[in-house]
Write a protein that binds this ligand. Structure first.
Ligand code: URA
Length: 189
């Protein structure tokens, strides 16, 4: 039943004008879903979310909270790789998703979450936090590291910084590790 519904939902994203789709993966009956921003080049190459460097960060994260990939469901808000062509090198560089991409994929993300029906959604970074809570001006710096509830949402959100932000800003690392500790305590309750 759920498998069929997931297939149907995925079918809706076939031949997407925004590019190659990288679907979510994992346990569709999981109590916890992890939502990132968008796939990068490695994710598109392998057709899986959070692989390559991002995957290494995620594995470290999961080790700390003592969970395995197969126990949860991992997905992204935007399911295609947002990029711009570097005029000097001609190569693709990642960029943040634009409004149009966010509008297109947000509805699909909510369908995906509704179908899985998790108790907890862990958002990584502002894009995921805003898309999941549907609050355009909520800021990760204000709400990270503790459960966030909103009437009618149907699940609790646990906002975390995006692991990539922690790489660019080393000062965030102790904060991020504290937040992971909070998350671990929360899920073991
Ligand atoms: N890879 C993903 O799949 N999502 C991100 O947000 C970053 C890297």
């Amino acid at each position: 039943m759920k498998d069929e519904a997931m297939k149907k939902l995925r079918g809706k994203m076939e031949n997407c004008k925004y590019g190659v789709i990288v679907h979510g993966e994992g346990n569709i009956n999981a109590g916890m879903v992890l939502v990132g921003e968008a796939p990068g080049s490695k994710e598109v190459e392998l057709g899986r979310p959070f692989v390559g460097q991002a995957g290494k960060n995620l594995d470290e994260f999961l080790k700390i909270i003592e969970l395995e990939r197969k126990e949860i469901y991992i997905t992204n808000v935007v399911k295609t790789r947002p990029y711009r062509i570097n005029s000097k090198t001609g190569r693709k560089n990642n960029r943040p998703p634009n409004k149009e991409e966010l509008m297109f994929f947000k509805g699909r993300l909510h369908e995906e979450l509704k179908l899985i029906g998790p108790a907890l959604v862990v958002t990584l970074g502002n894009t995921a936090l805003r898309a999941v809570t549907e609050e355009g001006s909520i800021a990760i710096s204000d709400v990270h590291g503790r459960p966030y509830e909103k009437e009618g949402m149907g699940f609790t959100v646990f906002p975390l910084y995006h692991p990539a932000a922690v790489i660019y800003n080393r000062a965030l690392r102790p904060v991020y590790l504290d937040d992971l500790d909070e998350l671990k305590t929360y899920i073991k309750k």
